[in-house]
Each structure stands twice: as structure tokens, then as C-alpha cells.
Design a protein around this ligand. Structure first.
Ligand SMILES: *Cc1c(COP(=O)(O)O)cnc(C)c1O
Length: 406
């Protein structure tokens, strides 16, 4: 019998005959962190800069992004407890001192015990946490679990509404032997959708009211770490910066929205430069000529009007390339924009390379990222697919190879 070493199939990017890969720029990430550090400095106070690593680090790849950001930021936010635990694993393996880690998402009672032992903090957003109290007590923890109380100030998602405090938060007072309240947080509903922040400022007011009620209930003198700002508010709403910021999309080098960029010019007097961390590339599977009047792809939705040199790319909606971008998208080949012809398929894209190359040798295509003066942004791809750049990056396949570059 012939032994097949599955690991040896598909080596580095040079060997990537049939898959696309993601390149992560360590330099771009570092630059974006520095942009936010400079903003913090403006208020003259030192604040904690936190990176949000949910959704496989916004599709960039947690395994690759964690080593890049661990030494640069003060705080790491996750949705899933099992992802948060990877930080502790990484720190132990590298002999690093533990960073503050907060799980924003839902946590079960037994997960809570593990997180408490690992010194990972959690968010208490509803009374479901009462069920965890006996489990935490039975676990005989050396230290209580550190918790942040989520106040719903107008998103209508997680958190206690002002009407629910203090009645529904009383259990926290009774469970202080196992739940130590160290922070308070909230989340904005529309900071990136508008340039006029009236609703956000009302949320900030509600946040402060909620924190006051909570502090009164927990006992005076309690100093809470307050955090409400995601990327947009950290950039354009100085009042929302508080002690910690939860920055997601913009540490990956993307603006939350065009509105936020506009607001930055007004509020900061300039638009900081954010550098996209991610590029998405692949080698062609085949390059060939099709005669005039040939159909291309499923559904025969495209027909060549002249002899056309096409490249078949081994990328499709399985990898996260949106099918809705069919007939609209472009990729870059040799620094030239090449139209995607016909439909995006599960594992294939067909592009017109008639003017981008001189022969039928394989080409490298950039699906997202820069080549010379041309670039394809996550925003462009999102526009072609009638969605948000957040969704484009978050849906990049976890199976794709990720390579860290300068
Ligand atoms: C996703 C998320 C963030 C980060 O948002 P960005 O717009 O990507 O910066 C912050 N806080 C919470 C609660 C989130 O869910």
C-alpha cells in the first residue's frame, strides 16, 4: 500500500496550485495600532487599547493575528470562550505574562469555571448568570471570576436596560464571593452609520446613568473599567473613549464606514491613514483562449464578444468569495484590473486576462489587496456583493492558508 502524507499536500504559497492564500501584513497592523495609540494620547490620559479578535480575528486568522497583536495591545476581546483560552495557551507556550482577556459573548456555567481558573474575564449581560453561581461556588475557586456588567443603552441586544438595574442586578451583590464586578460596558447602535452622533451621545448619557446606579448598588468607591467605544467611536467620539476601547475592524486597517471617515476629518482635523492588513491572492489553475461567441460559466450568463484569454482561478464562494459579486467584480493581474466573467462558482472564478498577460503561462491574481497603483478593497468587494466589508472578511474560509508578511 502506498502511504500518503496528507500534510505534504499544499505547501507554501509558491506551491499553491489549487488554493488561494491570505497575506497578513505585520507592518500594517503595527501601524494601525500606532494610529489608535496616538488618538489616546490626545486626551492626556492613558487608556487600555483592546483588539477585538472575534470571528477568527475578522477572518484574518486568530492563530496568525494573536502573535502579531499580543505584544502591541493591552486587552484582547473575544466572543467565544474557547478562543479566549487560546490566548492563555499561547502565553504559556511562549513564556509570556498574561494579558487582560475579556469574553463578550455568552458563557455557560462550566465554561465560567474554566475561565475563572485561567484568569479570563467575562461579561454578565443577563440574569442567566444566576445559574452559574452555585457551579462557581462548588468549584472552590481561589479567586472570584472577574466580570464586566453589560448595560443596554439603546442597541436592544445584550445587557441590562436602565429599567432592569438595580432589581435584576441584585444577584451580583449576593454572589460577590464568586463574581467580582470589575467593569461596565455598553455597545453603540449607529456610530458608523451617521455623522451626527445624537443617538450615540444619548447612549453615553444612559451608560453613565447605568454605571451610577450599578456603583451605588455594588457599594461606593468601586472603580469600574468602563468601555463602550468600538472602532468608530474610538475614532470620532472622544467622550466615549473612557478607560478601554474595543477596536475591531480598524485595527485590521479598514474604516467602519465612509461616514466615519468623513467624521474623522471634522473631529480630528485630518483623516488618519489606516492600512489594510489583509491581501487575498491565488495562482491561476489554467490560462487559455476562448473564441468569440463562447459562453463562460454556469447559466451561460456571459458570452465573449471577441477572442478572449481567460484565467480560471481556484477560488469560489466556498472560500468566501461572494456569489453576488458575479458579473460585477474585478481582480488584479499584473497590476491590471480584470473583470470576473459570468458567475462565481463554488471553487472557481473566471477572469478576463486578455490585456493583463502576454501568453498562457500561469498568473497570480489579487482578489483583495494592492498591486502597484491599483487595489481592490474589502469595501469594493462588499459593494459588488451588496453587503458590508465586515461580512466579506469575516466569511473568509478558515481553511485558507494564511501567511504573515512584512
Ligand atoms: C464587534 C464588536 C466590537 C468591535 O466593533 P468594530 O466596529 O469592528 O470596531 C466592539 N464591541 C462589541 C461588543 C462588538 O460586538
Amino acid at each position: 500500500m502506498v502511504e500518503v502524507n496528507v500534510e505534504s499536500i499544499g505547501g507554501g504559497p509558491g506551491d499553491a496550485a489549487h488554493t488561494s492564500w491570505l497575506e497578513l501584513s505585520a507592518g500594517a497592523l503595527k501601524h494601525n495600532v500606532e494610529v489608535f495609540r496616538a488618538l489616546e494620547g490626545r486626551g492626556g490620559t492613558s487608556r487600555s487599547l483592546g483588539v477585538v479578535l472575534k470571528g477568527n480575528a475578522y477572518g484574518h486568522g486568530l492563530a496568525q493575528v494573536l502573535p502579531l497583536v499580543h505584544g502591541l495591545v493591552d486587552l484582547l476581546y473575544f466572543i467565544a470562550p474557547q478562543d479566549a483560552l487560546k490566548v492563555r495557551e499561547y502565553e504559556r507556550a511562549q513564556g509570556l505574562s498574561p494579558r487582560q482577556v475579556v469574553v463578550l459573548g455568552a458563557v455557560g456555567p462550566h465554561e465560567a469555571v474554566v475561565l475563572a481558573r485561567e484568569g479570563v474575564e467575562v461579561v454578565v449581560a443577563d440574569r442567566g448568570w444566576e445559574d452559574a453561581v452555585p457551579v462557581l461556588r462548588a468549584a472552590k475557586l481561589e479567586r472570584p471570576l472577574r466580570v464586566h456588567v453589560h448595560i443596554d443603552t439603546g442597541l436592544g441586544r445584550e445587557g441590562f436596560t436602565l429599567e432592569q438595574i438595580p432589581r435584576e442586578t441584585q444577584f451580583l451583590v449576593d454572589a460577590r464571593d464568586v463574581l467580582e464586578v470589575v467593569g461596565g460596558l455598553s455597545h453603540f447602535a449607529n456610530t458608523e452609520d451617521v455623522t451626527e452622533q445624537g443617538y450615540a451621545l444619548a447612549q453615553v448619557d444612559a451608560f453613565e446613568t447605568g454605571l451610577r446606579l450599578l456603583s451605588g448598588q455594588l457599594g461606593e468607591g468601586r472603580v469600574l473599567q468602563r468601555h463602550i467605544a468600538a472602532s468608530a467611536a474610538a475614532l470620532v467620539l472622544p467622550r466615549a473613549r473612557y478607560e478601554a476601547q474595543r477596536v475591531g475592524i480598524s485595527l485590521y486597517g479598514l474604516w467602519p464606514s465612509a461616514e466615519t471617515r468623513l467624521s474623522a476629518r471634522l473631529v480630528l482635523g485630518e483623516v488618519p491613514v489606516l492600512k489594510p492588513v489583509l491581501s487575498w491572492r491565488c495562482r491561476s489553475q489554467v490560462v487559455k483562449w476562448l473564441p468569440a461567441d463562447s459562453y463562460v460559466g454556469y447559466g451561460c450568463t456571459y458570452r465573449t464578444s471577441e477572442p478572449t484569454r481567460i484565467a480560471v482561478l481556484p477560488v469560489g464562494y466556498y472560500d468566501g468569495y461572494p456569489r453576488l459579486a458575479s458579473g460585477k467584480a474585478h481582480v488584479l493581474v499584473n497590476g491590471r484590473r480584470c473583470a470576473v466573467l459570468g458567475r462565481v462558482m463554488m471553487n472557481h472564478l473566471i477572469v478576463d486576462v486578455t490585456r493583463a498577460t502576454h501568453d498562457e503561462r500561469p498568473v497570480t491574481a489579487t482578489l483583495m489587496g494592492r498591486e502597484g497603483d491599483e487595489s481592490i478593497s474589502a469595501e469594493s468587494l462588499a459593494g459588488w456583493a451588496q453587503t458590508l466589508h465586515y461580512e466579506i472578511v469575516a466569511r473568509l474560509g478558515a481553511h485558507l492558508r494564511r501567511v504573515v508578511v512584512e
